[in-house]
Design a protein around this ligand. Structure first.
Ligand code: MRU
Length: 353
């Protein structure tokens, strides 16, 4: 695959397998620099996930899967039992990089299950790599399907707000929430996007604005604090965000600030949609089981190298929040749009698979 981050459709490609290594866009360098990191070991992949060089739920799912495949091909084990043991310990290290997005576990489980199917070390190596590559290809196809379903919800000329980055940079390519935007544009309808900055890591300004400008999609950037003002002044028609984990009840975990955007949308009568693949659903856990990642105080204390808070102040920096189902107008998936009541309709969808 080409190394210039452009798929044939010219959308950014965030991560790909390349000749026994994993190449990924270093998102910590955006928007100033579009640079690639090459990971040769699963520990390098784990480090990239931890420090947000790659982030976004579907992207870290594929990164973890490719990380596990790297562990397999680098193994010098001579028996199935030994290589499976190595994979188990890599699985745990990759799993512990970030706690909230369920896609991480989904990606690891899929590659690990694939490894268990084979008897020889060579077969395990070959098939874990093939599985991880297949997952990355499926991700793009899923986002395109999901994008087409979502496109039907958007009218010609709509202004759509999004929060954080649920775009090509949060997936292998094309994106979920921004996949919907791309599909709307492709359908010939006019669309413009309002992106929130998304403090403190600025995924909205650094990544969403970057990739929409890159694709020549109309985008305006606003401070997070301007959401209510724009909604009250009828400047937003719809909201679409991504998700890190969706429970069977329709509770959605996404980037911190999503909940307040959803509340404001509800109180202004603006439809609030979530776009996510089925791999983001967690049908086994309840809200009390979910760990919301708390990130470093440095993210809040500083902008770049400049300190913006006094020494000694106490900082709380949760990276995700929970949006309850009653605020969500629909969940856009590759199998169609799920409408409320979610508990019933999520069950129907998964039973039909
Ligand atoms: O901390 P991040 O940047 O990994 O958080 C990402 C988000 O919250 C995205 O909105 C979410 O993963 C959806 S990505 C398609």
């Amino acid at each position: 695959m080409a190394l210039d981050h452009k798929s044939p459709s010219d959308v950014l490609t965030t991560i790909y397998w390349d000749n026994n290594s994993v190449k990924l866009i270093d998102q910590t360098r955006l928007p100033e620099k579009l640079e690639t990191i090459t990971c040769f070991t699963y520990l390098e992949v784990a480090d990239s996930i931890k420090r947000l060089a790659i982030r976004g739920a579907p992207a870290i799912g594929v990164a973890a899967a490719m990380g596990l495949a790297l562990c397999a091909i680098n193994s010098s084990s001579s028996t199935k039992a030994k290589i499976i043991d190595e994979l188990k310990s890599a699985y745990q290290i990759l799993l512990e990089t970030r706690p909230t997005a369920i896609n991480l576990k989904w990606g690891l489980d899929r590659v690990f299950r694939e490894a268990e199917k084979y008897e020889t070390v060579e077969e395990i190596k070959k098939n874990t790599v093939a599985c991880a590559i297949k997952m990355s290809q499926e991700d793009i196809a899923i986002n395109k399907k999901l994008g087409n379903y979502g496109s039907d919800l958007i009218n010609d000329g709509d202004v759509v707000m999004t929060h954080c980055n649920a775009g090509a940079l949060a997936t292998v390519s094309y994106g979920t929430a921004l996949g919907v935007i791309r599909s709307v544009k492709k359908s010939g309808k006019k669309i413009s996007v309002i992106a929130t900055e998304t403090r403190p890591v600025m995924q909205g300004s650094r990544l969403t604005a970057f990739e929409l400008v890159h694709d020549e999609i109309d985008v305006s950037l606003i401070p997070d604090t301007a959401v209510g003002h724009l909604m009250a002044n009828k400047m937003i028609d719809k909201v679409i965000v991504g998700a890190d984990r969706i429970l069977k009840t329709g509770h959605v975990y996404n980037k911190i600030g999503t909940y307040q955007v959803a509340l404001l949308a509800k109180s202004h009568g603006i439809p609030f949609y979530v776009a996510a693949p089925l791999s983001t659903f967690d049908l086994n856990n309840e809200t009390s089981d979910i760990v919301i990642e708390e990130r470093s105080v440095e993210e809040v204390i500083k902008i770049g190298d400049k300190r913006i808070a006094p020494a000694g102040v106490r900082i709380f920096n949760p990276a995700f929040d929970l949006t309850p189902p009653e605020l969500i107008a629909g969940i856009i998936t590759e199998n169609g749009v799920i409408s409320p009541p979610y508990e019933k309709n999520v069950r129907i969808l998964f039973n039909s698979l």
